[in-house]
Design a protein around this ligand. Sequence first.
Ligand SMILES: C[S@@+](CC[C@H](N)C(=O)[O-])C[C@H]1O[C@@H](n2cnc3c(N)ncnc32)[C@H](O)[C@@H]1O
Ligand code: SF4
Length: 365
Amino acid sequence: MGHVKHLYVHVPFCAHRCGYCDFVTVTGNDDRHLAYVDALVRELETRGTVLADTVETVYVGGGTPSKLGPRLLASLLDALPQATIETTVECNPEGVDPEMAQLLGERGVRVSLGAQTFAAPLLATLERQTTPEQVRAAVALLREARVPSLSLDLIYGIPGERESDLARDLAVFEELGPDHVSAYELEAKPGTRFSIHHGAELEAQGELLERHMDLVIDSLGYSGYSWYEIASFARGPEHEGQHNRAYWLGNDYLGLGIGAVSTVSGARRVNAPKLAAYIEDPAAVPATIELIDERTRQTERLMLGLRLADGVPIAEVADVLNRSALERLVQIGIATTTDDTIRLDRRGRMLLHDCVADLLDDDAA
Ligand SMILES: C[S@@+](CC[C@H](N)C(=O)[O-])C[C@H]1O[C@@H](n2cnc3c(N)ncnc32)[C@H](O)[C@@H]1O
Ligand code: SF4
């Protein structure tokens, strides 16, 4: 029996590929859902030996897990370890019908739903096929089914988005009242259609993005959400995402499925994104393996840990920390070091990447 307490399961299927997305996804291939779930179960049998007796969190992400439909998703959930703290399933709103909502409610699953924006022109820019009405209907069904926690994703910084558009989106979020909000600044990932069409526009909107982020933090704060991680807001600690917290804390996790990442005992493994080979034999699918040495581990701990309002204990990043840079950040009022823990204040977290670059000593940077 192993020690790993966090399990990620990747379901790559999507009805359509949104232009901004660079996650490992496949469109079409609907006839392969069953074979893929079967391959996931086989991979769990071979690689699941690293899992502890008690698995704390399971996250079924995508792609679009809800695209499996309620019956197949139920059989996947049956085959996975029962998480003691939280099981999350990512859903697209159009995949949430009464049967799907009932399954998620009965299983006590936390649901993460992609809304992104409610403005029709911005949805078109994102090439989203989901409509605002579908998001509202999905939220209502999931509430009726009493899922224990509901998270809604928001994207801001979409080309053409004005502050008034974002304010309207935030007002709809407040009206829908999810338990958790993930608010992401739109990233134009290299190689996506989006970066080709809109990359220059996105680069030019630096100052506007800061105002957008201010608006998101203030508005969700007024609506009663606590800003516990750079892109995450929760109505009470019981709704904070515990699976993602495990990543931010640098805990080991096992990832199953195509393109899935695992970090176990100082080795990071990424499964190749090859659907046919994976279905044929998940144990034989190629994977890249990278050894994480102690300095890299501490560097990642600093980068990820400072995303959290809780910050990072100095002792956990001592080998890579530039102490004079830390003193400077404390002096200018961006960071604190109470309880021997580095915490960034609001401004510091808004400038996270610059602060992290400063705080890493020259050998680690
Ligand atoms: C991998 S998606 C899966 C969820 C689901 N398929 C969907 O589209 O709603 C998870 C979330 O990542 C966010 N996301 C994906 N690509 C992004 C990008 N380029 N920039 C910012 N956020 C992104 C979206 O908010 C999305 O809901
Ligand atoms: S954003 Fe979601 S639905 Fe769109 S391609 Fe990516 S994973 Fe699929």
